[in-house]
Design a protein around this ligand. Structure first.
Ligand SMILES: Nc1ncnc2c1ncn2[C@@H]1O[C@H](COP(=O)(O)OP(=O)(O)O)[C@@H](O)[C@H]1O
Ligand SMILES: O=C(O)C1=C[C@@H](OP(=O)(O)O)[C@@H](O)[C@H](O)C1
Ligand SMILES: [Mg+2]
Length: 187
């Protein structure tokens, strides 16, 4: 485990983790607006910097290259920025260096969704998530539960089953404000 940095809680970036399609990008934007903070979506930042879509990066450069640039960007953001809401891609947190830098420098929020609810979301994302390509539903289910074990290493969790994005964002904001008040009360 990385050493715990002494960054004050209220300054720490809030990092959203969770399986693809749970709403990290959508809800992250809403949370940032409600907390008057800047929002960074790691996928969108990578697409902007490389002038390529994520599926095209997978297709033309390969997943290993994507994981390298994803890791480097997240380590840079966690180490050198503060006060942001950062949505990771669903696979980023599987890299130990990413987990360690997020847990030591940020507040890590797990956006949880049950498998049954996630299956209803699948049609919305299946066309632009390369990791889902050529996988059977059984293989995706296996990946879902494998990754869930890794996402279970977090600071806070919000179960978003049947919550619309706005409601989920409000729950996260309330939880963050409670954490600040309990652990770093305003003098
Ligand atoms: N709470 C929600 N309820 C219903 N649909 C949602 C919710 N959150 C996200 N979505 C939809 O699910 C899809 C994936 O959302 P996205 O924010 O891209 O997830 P992620 O970044 O975790 O992959 C989008 O079509 C989005 O509109
Ligand atoms: O789960 C994954 O491995 C991935 C999830 C995607 O992000 P979202 O979780 O925002 O869909 C994106 O980073 C890429 O397609 C890989
Ligand atoms: Mg996303």
């Amino acid at each position: 485990m990385g050493a715990y940095s002494n960054i004050p809680l209220r300054e720490r970036n809030i990092v959203l983790i969770g399986f693809m399609g749970v709403g990290k990008t959508t809800i992250g934007q809403l949370v940032a607006k409600k907390l008057y903070r800047d929002f960074i979506d790691v996928d969108q930042e990578i697409e902007k910097r490389h002038h390529m879509s994520i599926p095209d990066i997978f297709e033309q450069m390969g997943e290993n290259y994507f994981r390298k640039i994803e890791r480097e960007l997240i380590v840079d953001l966690c180490t050198n920025t503060r006060l942001k809401i950062i949505s990771l891609g669903g696979g980023a947190y599987l890299q130990e260096e990413v987990r360690n830098v997020c847990l030591s420098h940020c507040i890590v929020f797990f956006l949880d969704l049950s498998w049954e609810c996630w299956k209803e979301r699948l049609p919305l994302i299946v066309d632009n998530r390369p990791v889902l390509k050529n996988k059977t539903l059984e293989e995706v289910e296996q990946l879902f539960f494998q990754r869930r074990n890794v996402y279970s290493i977090h600071n806070s969790r919000v179960l978003t089953n049947n919550l619309d994005p706005e409601t989920a964002a409000n729950e996260i904001v309330e939880s963050i404000k409670w954490t600040w008040e309990v652990y770093e009360p305003n003098e």
